[in-house]
Ligand binder design. Structure first.
Ligand code: KG4
Ligand code: ZN
Length: 423
């Protein structure tokens, strides 16, 4: 069967088409098309994602992304005549009423595309930015009516769980007997920091979460304090890596994916008289919750105090490297400590780390090192780099399993955006 998946929960407009074939416990997947359009360049100017701006961009781009993905999947055919029943067009109009940009573009393009051979449409309904989510949902509903294809709702976080399966190449498989339970999932992104216990396929229990900022959000905010562009995670992480190399007397390499200011390399600095030490919030708390807002404030005060001594202190790259490293050390230490504690308590066989922050190399390295150090047998999985962030491929995979669970929605009016949807 073929699934078309739509993801618009934050600042990526993404659509994927996959084909799935089940043989015993093994499901083989083929990626027919996978398109993503990032709004990062737009949001970077404002230092973060603004929901209404994200919504507008999704509305402007989503139809052309559909055309692209259909072409990539070789499912794109032109319709010479358009047949719209009155009943359907009223329904579609109603679904598109809240989407100004989409409503304007729809009649110019969609009626001229022939119905593709798709068995289900999967759409992210939450969690995420509500106005952004609605674009994907409205589009999915309108397509569902227009092409008479059923819809499955997908929880964005479940998507991140499934993001570990595709590797290099166009095919991959999910063998439900090869993944051992209990499983633990650490989901770390710009909006979430959660530890989820998975006792069996699609059976989730949240055992911990952040009480304030998400880990990625803290990376982004600290980056802003250091004058680094959005998104801050990769910037901070690269600076931290440089500082680790300096401390280990390693040669400094140019690192890709960073702002150009980074590649100037280290200068001698004498401004810091004492080492930078940041807190490890809630590390020894009895639960599995997290808190990153205090850590962010600690950096704020540190930068303020340093600037009081020397207003230009942040011109010294060495200071930024040191702050970045200590900050990353703190976040990674807390995340790994609590994850290892949960692995031990729940006798976890499989660990999945997903979400934007799972791209963090140091987090990946430390997680593997701590599993080894504690002599645990847990197998750790991380998504391939392209799938750490938001994408529609992961939504397609989760959508397939939801479809197999007979989770298609009968009444489209019941599908609504759920900003705080939980697993
Ligand atoms: O999952 P994602 O693409 O979007 C959602 O928030 O749902 O995650 C984006 C977040 C941003 O906060 C970004 O700074 C962070 O992931 N991030 C990283 C790294 N790459 C992206 N954080 C730390 N280290 C990284 N290498
Ligand atoms: Zn995400």
């Amino acid at each position: 069967m073929k699934i078309l998946a739509i993801e618009t929960s934050c600042d990526e407009t993404a659509i994927s088409i996959i084909e799935a074939q089940k043989v015993g416990s093994n499901t083989k997947f083929k990626i027919l098309g996978n398109e993503i359009s990032s709004q990062i360049a737009i949001h970077r100017e404002y230092g973060g994602v603004f929901p209404m701006m994200a919504k507008r961009e999704h509305g402007k781009n989503i139809i052309s992304i559909l055309e692209k993905v259909l072409k990539e999947a070789k499912l794109y055919k032109k319709n010479k005549t358009t047949i719209y029943s009155d009943k359907d067009s009223k329904k579609i109009d109603k679904f598109l009423d809240r989407e100004t940009e989409l409503k304007e573009l729809w009649p110019q393009i969609i009626p001229f595309i022939k119905k593709p051979n798709i068995d289900a449409i999967a759409v992210t309904t939450g969690p995420g930015l509500v106005p952004a989510l609605w674009v994907g949902i409205s589009f999915a509903k309108a397509l569902s009516v227009y092409w008479d294809i059923p819809i499955v709702k997908v929880n964005h976080m479940e998507g991140h769980v499934f993001s570990i399966f595709p590797k290099k190449g166009k095919t991959f498989s999910v063998d439900s007997e090869k993944i051992l339970f209990p499983m633990l999932t650490l989901l770390v992104s710009g909006g979430h920091t959660e530890l989820i216990l998975v006792k069996d396929w699609m059976k989730y229990k949240k055992i911990g979460q952040t009480r304030d900022d998400a880990a990625g959000e803290a990376f982004d905010k600290v980056a802003r304090m250091l004058g680094l562009p959005y998104p801050g995670g990769p910037e901070i992480s690269n600076m931290a890596a440089i500082e680790r190399d300096i401390e280990n007397n390693m040669p400094i390499f140019l690192r890709s994916g960073t702002s150009s200011s980074l590649v100037r390399g280290p200068k001698k600095s004498s401004i810091l008289l004492k080492p930078i030490i940041l807190p490890r919030p809630m590390i020894y708390s009895k639960d599995y919750d997290f808190s990153f807002s205090g850590l962010k404030t600690a950096v704020l005060y540190l930068v303020r105090d340093l600037k009081e001594k020397n207003p230009n202190i942040l011109d010294d790259l060495n200071i930024k490297y040191k702050i970045a490293k200590e900050f990353e050390d703190s976040v990674v230490e807390v995340l790994t400590y609590k994850t290892i504690k949960a692995i031990k308590q729940h006798k976890i066989q499989t660990l999945i780390v997903g979400g934007g922050v799972s791209a963090n190399k140091y987090l990946q390295e430390m997680m593997i090192e701590k599993i080894k150090e504690n002599k645990l047998k847990t197998k750790a999985h991380f998504p391939s780099k392209e799938l750490t962030g938001d994408n529609a491929l992961m939504i397609a995979i989760a959508g397939y399993f939801q479809f197999k669970n007979k989770k298609t929605v009968k009444n489209l009016n019941t599908i609504v955006a759920q900003g705080n949807l939980s697993l």
